[in-house]
Design a protein around this ligand. Structure first.
Ligand code: GAL
Length: 447
């Protein structure tokens, strides 16, 4: 990698190194369509689970026709794409491997490579095969072995096309939403189960990490962590600082600490020695921040009431505050783990594309700053290429650089896709766009 450089004397734009990965991220269930053999498919059919009763359904039709979107990525100068493969397609029942599904993934990954797009492949992005969910999902004692077998199958079948692997997407979100808030399957369970699930996911990650390396010594294997900012609502309040600090440690860092030294410190310590040293890189998924105010009525959120900064720009549906500096802050902390970093997700729901252009420039400025401060950031994957099925929020939140109507499958590029394309093409931030941000530092409020 070339060092990052910016001229001190001339107004040359912030430039990223050669070899930097520029792309978008997706996940199988959110774009493929007809993933009827997984737990989300069933979950979506239960009343009240998904906003407005929406379902993934045909999603973005990738299982049939992903290549049309690969053409769009290439036309937008993207040189990488993060996608996931669907366990429930590849192993339809215990040990029942589907060679036809494997062939389709080979075709897709070959299609990406032929277009000059390097794939990063996630093995688990929120969905379990129905047969795994029936055995307990994250709480199934044999999950680590089963997940490692799946990893072996994936490496044997796809390893010549992939060398960047993410084992699990956002285990912290899967555990908190699955076992505490109940917004994800299995729909609740409480603190004890949440901790057990986290421990088992660490074991599953560690088993898959080793298996991938055995099968493919040159593989680089990491995991995508959801890193969210929690700041005290009243910085002078000791209790606000305490509650925000504990939330930050438990939600963001306890899991990564366990992957570094093999001990999960959430409540009573749990030793997971096999997890120590199992990250070749950290995938950072960064979206937003919450202010946290001590409130004894909010026991389920560790006695913190969470809200956005008053007056801050908020993305669609109250999804979250737009807070670019947060990316710099999480990158600087993630850097302390001593492994390279990819920004594996960053984006916002913004159907009218009012905020997204400024969001892109401001977040990429922070990423560039982080690099200048010594963070080894090697790529950026915007979430997402097209509007897709946004889990419990269904189709109500639109994250795409390209708008997508799931009924008609019509694609309509948003203007930020052109801006991002320009960034990808130059591997630099366009001076005009930065200048525009300088004269208008505030992101205009949505109409
Ligand atoms: C992440 C998740 C993605 C996507 C995104 C937008 O937590 O990994 O699948 O849904 O959030 O909310």
């Amino acid at each position: 990698m070339q060092p990052f450089h910016v001229s001190q004397s001339s107004p040359s734009p912030p430039t990223f190194p050669s070899g930097f990965l520029w792309g978008t991220a997706t996940s199988a269930h959110q774009v493929e369509g007809d993933n009827s053999n997984n737990d989300w498919w069933t979950w979506e059919r239960q009343p009240g689970r998904i906003a407005r009763g929406h379902r993934a359904g045909r999603a973005g039709d990738w299982w049939r026709a992903a290549e049309a979107d690969f053409d769009r990525m290439a036309a937008l100068h993207q040189n990488a794409h993060r996608l996931s493969i669907e366990w429930s397609r590849l192993e339809r029942g215990p040990g029942k491997w589907d060679d036809g599904a494997l062939a389709r993934y080979r075709e897709m990954l070959t299609g990406l490579r032929q277009r000059g797009i390097a794939p990063m492949v996630t093995l688990h992005h929120f969905t379990f095969p129905l047969w795994v969910a029936a055995r307990g999902g994250w709480l199934w004692p044999e999950l680590p072995q089963a997940f490692a077998r799946f990893a072996r199958f994936a490496a044997a079948g796809l390893g010549d096309l992939v060398d960047l692997w993410c084992t699990i997407n956002e285990p912290n979100v899967a555990v908190v939403l699955g076992y505490l808030t109940g917004r994800f399957p299995p729909g609740g369970g409480g603190l004890r189960k949440a901790r057990d699930a986290a421990v088992n996911s660490l074991r599953a990650h560690a088993a898959a990490y080793r298996t991938l390396h055995e099968a493919q010594p040159n593989a680089r294997v990491g995991l995508a962590a959801n890193l969210h900012l929690f700041d005290p609502a009243r910085p002078a309040s000791r209790l606000d600082r305490l509650v925000a600090g504990v939330t930050d440690r438990v939600y963001n860092w306890a899991y990564l600490d366990a992957l570094r030294d093999g001990v999960l410190r959430v409540g009573p310590r749990v030793r997971v020695p096999e997890a120590a040293g199992t990250l070749d890189f950290i995938g950072v998924n960064y979206y937003s921040r919450d202010l946290v105010q001590f409130d004894r009525r909010h026991a389920r959120t560790l006695f913190g009431r969470h809200f956005p900064t008053p007056g801050a720009p908020i993305s669609d549906g109250g999804y979250g505050e737009v807070y670019p500096e947060g990316l710099l802050r999480v990158l600087l902390k993630a850097h302390q783990y001593g492994v390279p970093i990819y920004v594996t997700e960053n984006g916002l729901p913004d159907e009218d594309d009012n905020l997204r252009p400024g969001f892109l420039i401001d977040h990429l400025m922070e990423l560039w700053r982080a690099s200048r401060m010594g963070c080894d950031v090697r790529g950026y994957f915007h979430w997402s290429l097209i509007d897709n099925f946004e889990w419990a929020d269904g189709w109500t939140l639109r994250f795409g650089l390209i708008a997508m109507d799931p009924e008609t499958q019509t694609r309509t590029p948003r203007s930020s896709s052109t801006l991002y394309s320009e960034i990808c093409r130059r591997s630099a931030l366009p001076p005009a766009a930065i200048a525009a941000r300088r004269v208008r530092p505030e992101i205009p409020p949505k109409e």
